[in-house]
Write a protein that binds this ligand. Structure first.
Ligand code: C5P
Length: 222
C-alpha cells in the first residue's frame, strides 16, 4: 500500500473579487486516477482545484483554488507520500496583482500576467526515492517531435513517467496516449478511455514503486 499524492483540476487566478483566469479542465482524468488508486488499495491525497465533479469517497481531499494554494498543499503532503501524479491543469500565468475591489467597466483594462511556479518541478527538487508522474499535452503532429518535447519535461521535472496526450482528450471521455518512462522508447497506448489510461498509469507507477523499494533488511535473520 502506497500513499499517492494526486493533483487534479484547473486552478483559478483572481483578477478581482469576482473575476478570474482559468482553463477548461474538467478534472476527469485526475479523479479517475484517484478512484483507480483507491481501488488498488492505496491511500490518496487529492489536491483538488475547482471542478464540477465529485471526488471519490475515501480520498483525503485538499481543496485549493490558485496555483499558489496548490503548491502549498502539495509541499505539505509531499513528505509523507510515496508517489506523486500531477494531473492538474495548472494556470501557467496569474495576474501580477488582484484588485481588492471589483473593477468598474468602461475604460480598457490592460492585464499584466506573471509566470506561476511549476508544481511538479518544485516537488522534483525534493523527490528522494518517490515515484513522480505527469502529463504532457503535445500539439505537434509529428510523434517524434512530441516525444522529444515530452522527454525534456521528464528530465526537467525529474519525472519517472510522462503521459503524452493530444488536445482531443480535453474535456472528453477518451484520448490517444503514449507513455514515456526514463528508460526505453515511448509506449503507444493507443486510443483509451480515461479510466483505462488511469489503470495503465497506476500499473506503471506501482512497478516503479516496487523497483525503488529498499531491499528487505536481512541483518536480523538467524
Ligand atoms: O510543462 P507542462 O505544463 O506541459 O507540463 C504538464 C505537467 O506539469 C502536468 O503533469 C501538470 O500537472 C504539471 N504542471 C505543474 N505545475 C504547473 C504546470 C504544469 O505541476 N505550473
Amino acid at each position: 500500500v502506497a500513499r499517492i499524492l494526486i493533483t487534479c483540476g484547473p486552478t483559478r487566478e483572481p483578477l478581482d473579487p469576482v473575476r478570474y483566469l482559468s482553463n477548461s479542465s474538467s478534472g476527469r482524468t485526475g479523479l479517475l486516477l484517484a478512484e483507480e488508486a483507491l481501488r488498488r488499495g492505496h491511500r490518496v491525497d487529492l489536491v483538488l482545484g475547482p471542478v464540477g465533479l465529485a471526488p471519490p469517497a475515501g480520498a483525503r481531499v485538499i481543496p485549493v483554488v490558485t496555483c499558489a494554494e496548490m503548491l502549498a498543499a502539495c509541499r505539505e503532503a509531499h513528505p509523507r507520500s510515496d508517489a506523486v501524479i500531477g494531473a492538474a491543469a495548472v494556470c501557467d500565468f496569474r495576474p501580477r496583482a488582484a484588485s481588492t475591489e471589483k473593477r468598474r467597466r468602461g475604460a480598457p483594462w490592460l492585464l499584466e500576467l506573471v509566470p506561476n511556479p511549476d508544481i511538479l518541478e518544485d516537488l522534483g527538487k525534493r523527490k528522494g526515492p518517490r515515484v513522480h508522474a505527469g502529463f504532457a499535452l503535445e500539439t505537434e503532429s509529428e510523434p517524434d517531435a512530441a516525444i522529444a518535447h515530452a522527454r525534456e519535461k521528464l528530465e526537467k521535472k525529474r519525472l519517472d513517467w510522462v503521459v503524452i496526450n493530444s488536445p482531443e482528450a480535453l474535456g472528453g471521455e477518451e484520448g490517444f496516449y503514449l507513455l514515456l518512462g526514463r528508460e526505453g522508447p515511448a509506449r503507444n497506448l493507443g486510443r483509451l478511455r480515461k479510466s483505462e489510461l488511469a489503470s495503465a498509469l497506476l500499473e506503471a507507477v506501482e512497478n516503479s514503486l516496487k523497483r525503488s523499494a529498499p531491499e528487505p533488511d536481512k541483518s536480523d535473520r538467524v
